[in-house]
Design a protein around this ligand. Sequence first.
Ligand code: ATP
Ligand code: MG
Length: 675
Amino acid sequence: MSSRGEVYLPSESRRSGSHVPSMDAYRKMHADSLADPEKFWRDVYRQFHWETPYTDFHSYNFDRSQGPVSIKWLEGATTNICYNLLDRNIKLGHGDRIAYYWEGNDPDDYSRLTYRKMLEEVCRFANVLKSKGVAKGDRVGIYMPMILEAVVAMLACARIGAVHSIVFAGFSSDSLGDRMHDCKCKVMITVDYAYRGEKLLKLKAITDQAINRCTSLGHKVESCIVVKHLPRLAASMNCTNGEAAHLEEVANEVPWDDDRDCWWHLEMEDADTSCYPVWVSAEDPLFMLYTSGSTGKPKGVLHTTGGYLMYAATTFKYVFDYKPGDVYWCTADIGWITGHTYVVYGPLANAATSVIFEGTPFHPGHDRFWSVIEKYKVNQFYTAPTAIRALMKFGDEPVKKHCLRSLKVLGSVGEPINKEAWLWYYERIGNKNCSIVDTFWQTETGGHVLTPLPGCTPMKPGSATFPFFGVEPVLLDEEGHLIEGPGEGYLVFKRPWPGMMRTLFGNHERFEETYFSRFQGYYATGDGARRDEDGYLWVTGRVDDMLNVSGHLMSTAEVESVLAEHPGVAEAAVVSRPHKVKGQCLYCFVTPQSSQAFDASFISQLKTQVREKIGPFASPDVIHLAPGLPKTRSGKIMRRILRKIAVNDRNIGDTSTLADESVVAALFKTRPADV
Ligand code: ATP
Ligand code: MG
């Protein structure tokens, strides 16, 4: 694989008028942001409302030998993020602007909400929370589908200084209960039921089980507020009378505890539509959120207010090149960091209009994403490689049914995007006319840290390219020596940016241990990266996933990308397995396209392809037929489990974040006989 790769220039029509018009402009802004951070961020700071100004712009310590790790921005300043997102935008004249087009699971179910109406709803719900005894600093758990009430609940917490802790509504009751217990949440907010695709989810029943688990662990949740969602769904679903009656029956079966539970709509009826914001310190917590759990037990990442606001706002504006009037759509669930920063905080800070989508890409047909883009004339579309790969399998027909000409920027996040998927996204979805922003970041980073900028950065498929403003990435070798120029190593950051996490909730020691102990003075991402001759950064995946075969260091992502180039491969995941002679060898899990036979000739073609594109040392030892791959509920491949399968070790550790356990059992059963 050539390290330079092919370069795709932003199309001429897109270059004119973008926020950052050229690489020269980018380099100057980036250099300025590092040389004088206060000057750079002050321009952003001034766009927002601060009840009292900062006294100390920024201080930090990344070096444990110098004392506890700490990160502080805008000390002395007080503000309210909800005020900045809603009241401030309304004062600027954007009250009638649409904040969200809501698109339900069912295509006939949709609505919209303006900034003004949103503020009213948020204030009412903030008053409901207050009536339940929620005060500044209390944690509020949210376990909801992608409905507008979820955003209202988040902002209502922020309005009164409470800390939201959202758990993706695909998690089991045990996982939810453990997280409720870890964050000691006072109130839970959920819905009766939700549909995801064709599947009815009993979210209230799951919440009840989770609350019981939490109680048994020693923490009592005081109240549970429930949105009545099912009857609304039933109304929009064109049900037959029989079906409607059945749904009504189901709706009436919601498990209930009169002392603890209440209906959202009843509480909202009498709630006041104004609620004075609670001014909080810039460093007061805004939310906590558990990481996806790809590598082990999830970590409760804590983000604070002032710096996060500035960073979410700035990355959103530049990375999606958002302009007033654009319609933006991020498909991430609010249960993930992407949903926090790029469905809620970043877009609203810019008075943007977004689409928020409850359903799945496959319901009612495989063209749902494309039909939603056409329906709302989406300009910026942001999704994950796992979704792109899944949709590629259905070919171009579902895409061709829709007009996607409104698209300007296409984003990717969550995993390295392999070249095949990148090209399909670029050519078939973007019609070679859109910038692709492959955004590298983490729950911990709060916002994008490595990313191309639309209309500015010449793109290389699979490269997250260059750092965002204020971000200083460094590559280190095993011993912690700087790798300058081309090379591959550990991706670390030398200094904080405003949106970075501040600690792990209730466990500062684990925070220091996890991120600041491997290399003194640096934040370690846990990911590896390569810098090519042009200075482009290529994130190669988790450092645990690097492998050394006969003295050759390589990343699993590189091998996966080559496997995926074979037309018969739908998805591939590669891990290392100990080998007596070579040290480590390659064990590849391959999901073939439905039309592809998994026979000796296919296996030998795959081995040849890897040998030819990477080198003879990389020749895979095992190709394992995988009808499915173990993934986190956010859609990421869990290679740590694949490593266990490769050595037939059934002791697979924490599986709370695993989306489908049966996939693992199936893979253990189908290990090739000769290995
Ligand atoms: P855990 O930390 O619990 O193991 P996780 O790391 O998967 O879970 P997230 O914070 O959701 O949890 O994901 C961040 C990780 O996702 C990054 O560290 C990186 O490995 C991967 N990632 C995200 N975006 C990209 C990208 N554009 N290119 C490559 N990798 C990416
Ligand atoms: Mg992580």
